[in-house]
Design a protein around this ligand. Structure first.
Ligand code: TRP
Length: 342
């Protein structure tokens, strides 16, 4: 198994990022390490090259990239077990992207819903990078012969495109028994929890919500976590003992979902324990399990965030490994296309 996945570097990391994506990465890393399978490995990278597809602030990109590495390591991505790097230090991503733009079809990219959503009514003003974004994403995974790519639902279409590109390239330029690319399988994690704002159970927890009270940041300490949980929006009713009783109560559902995600229990089990209790009892219990899980992460995160030397070293080492892992595939792609390269 070769697992490859990327995440866009954003600042202000919060509980939603942790329970949605990062924790699944850590689990995949640890499962693969435990399997002891020779050659199985995870490559995790910061998709910094993708960040310029939308208007961006260079200072924020830099700070966000460093913050994201600190967060990933604090959450348990171990640079000794996984290859952790940023795209910008591995030129093969951009090189392979260009080679693949010869294979990707305009019609395929025109169908990408993310491009349609992000360009909106202003297609003429969208960047070329936003349009070709999925080709870079294909290069990201094909470069490493990824077999499994953990992605959220919103990225499934991009992964299918990567498979189409790989297949067409193999068909057009390779002998049947020596394809250059492996077709990657999507891996949609079984429990990617969707965490909502603490102030509004119908909006996703987001770094751009103006209210700090809407999210639990990875840098929050135990007191702050407890305070935010106690102030979280809820309702006046007791918790139901069955899941169906949470219908129409988005805030209650969200708090129970967070409890379940953090403890690894099912929502039903949590309700089995707290059904009949009001929020006066549930919130302190939630605050406690959250603080217990997040306190070591946030302490590590705060330390690492200000240790630029360590962060640079982690990224440099990861990039060196990634360059090595991708070298043969890039070379084979150039060769298959007929390029003369000494
Ligand atoms: N586009 C992905 C996102 O926004 C990030 C990403 C870039 C990615 N390259 C990737 C994810 C390759 C998986 C594999 O979430």
């Amino acid at each position: 198994m070769r697992v490859v996945s990327g995440i866009q570097p954003t600042g202000n990391l919060h509980l939603g990022n942790y329970l949605g994506a990062i924790r699944n990465w850590v689990k995949m890393q640890d499962d693969i390490a435990a399997s002891g399978e020779e050659g199985s490995e995870c490559l995790f990278f910061l998709a910094d090259l993708h960040a310029i597809s939308m208007p961006h602030d260079p200072a924020e990109l830099k700070a966000g990239t460093l913050e994201m590495v600190a967060a990933l390591v604090a959450c348990g991505i171990d640079p000794n077990k996984s290859v952790l790097f940023n795209q910008a230090q591995v030129p093969a991503h951009t090189e392979l992207q260009w080679l693949l733009t010869g294979t990707a079809r305009m019609g395929w990219l025109n169908r990408m819903t993310q491009f349609k959503d992000k360009s909106g009514k202003n297609r003429e003003g969208a960047s070329i990078a936003l349009f070709s974004y999925p080709v870079l994403q294909a290069a990201d995974v094909l470069l490493y012969q990824a077999t499994h790519v953990p992605v959220g639902d919103d990225q499934k279409q991009h992964l299918e495109l990567a498979r189409d590109i790989a297949q067409k390239f193999n068909n057009d330029f390779c002998e049947e028994d020596t394809p250059v690319f492996t077709l990657p399988e999507p891996y949609i994690p079984p429990q990617a929890a969707r965490i909502m704002s603490l102030r509004d159970g119908s909006a996703k927890m987001s770094k751009s919500d103006p209210s700090e009270m809407s999210r639990i940041n990875l840098s929050d300490d135990a007191d702050m976590i407890m305070k935010k949980v106690k102030k979280a929006k809820s309702d006046a009713d007791a918790l139901p003992s069955e899941k169906a009783g949470l219908e129409g109560r988005p805030e209650a559902l969200n708090l129970v979902t967070i409890y379940a995600a953090i403890t690894g229990e099912s929502v039903q089990t949590v309700l089995g324990e707290f059904g009949g209790e009001g929020f006066g009892k549930f919130k302190p219990a939630l605050g406690e399990v959250l603080a217990e899980t997040l306190a070591p992460i946030s302490a590590r995160f705060r330390d690492l965030k200000s240790d630029r030397e360590s962060l640079d070293a982690i990224l440099a080492r990861g990039a060196a490994k990634a360059r090595e892992r991708g070298a043969d595939t890039l070379d084979n792609a150039y060769k298959a296309l007929g390029f003369v390269r000494g």
